[in-house]
Design a protein around this ligand. Sequence first.
Ligand code: ZN
Ligand code: FE
Ligand code: FE
Ligand code: ZN
Length: 265
Amino acid sequence: MCPVRTDYHIHTRLCHHAEGEPIEYVRAAQKVGLSEVGFADHNPMPEHFDEWRMSIQDLPHYLEMVEEVRSTTGFPVRLGLECDFIQGYEFWIESLAGKVPWDYLIGSVHYIAPGWDVDNPKYLSRFRRFPVEEIWELYWKNYVRCVESGLFDFVAHPDLPKKFGYRPLGDLRRYYQPAIESLAKRDVAFEINTAGLRKEAQEIYPASAFIELAREAGVAMLVNSDAHAPAEVGYKFDEARNLARQAGYSKVCRFEKRQRIEVDL
Ligand code: ZN
Ligand code: FE
Ligand code: FE
Ligand code: ZN
């Protein structure tokens, strides 16, 4: 039997910073030998919030696009959403969760403080104005809250604040440990996200030390590309799977109607 090969973190042009049509992403997935994909665009907010997510008016369009590419290609296409975890908006994620039969919801921390999405190049200069330790502390505190919220099936790009190459000195496991404890306790999975290889960080999210600790704690995982263009689907998945195997993983997970299913890595 062919192994299950998924990519569950794929964007659409509705978020205004991704390109291509859903069908082009599906064709790209077929070309690189994936057996299933999932779209997970940036979630709408109740009001205009920032420049890089779908609007609430576009949500029906998003659902139609995913349904359409599924029916025209006959390829397994899952329906997901990449949700920003922002304290005070839990009610909103809950209402989105109840509105649509999602296959999975991804929890992401981009905002470390109001008006500061840590991966936004617009605020790059803040990495030179604030101690990187403080930025990482804010980020990981929110990451733990994101996991603990119980709102999500898996969490995205665990060590995102390294995107531009700024990392605190020393052993970074001091930041990872509390997040991994929460993942284990709440039985939430995490993604190994190859987008970091396309950024200044030049490293998969998360670092291998995180993957090793997560494996020891029995946390489930999956491999994703965070594609914002069709050519990025399945990007460097061999590298990601090798990291996972080296850490001792032999299973990955897939999702259907918010049920987690473990399959062979
Ligand atoms: Zn994006
Ligand atoms: Fe993200
Ligand atoms: Fe994403
Ligand atoms: Zn993302």
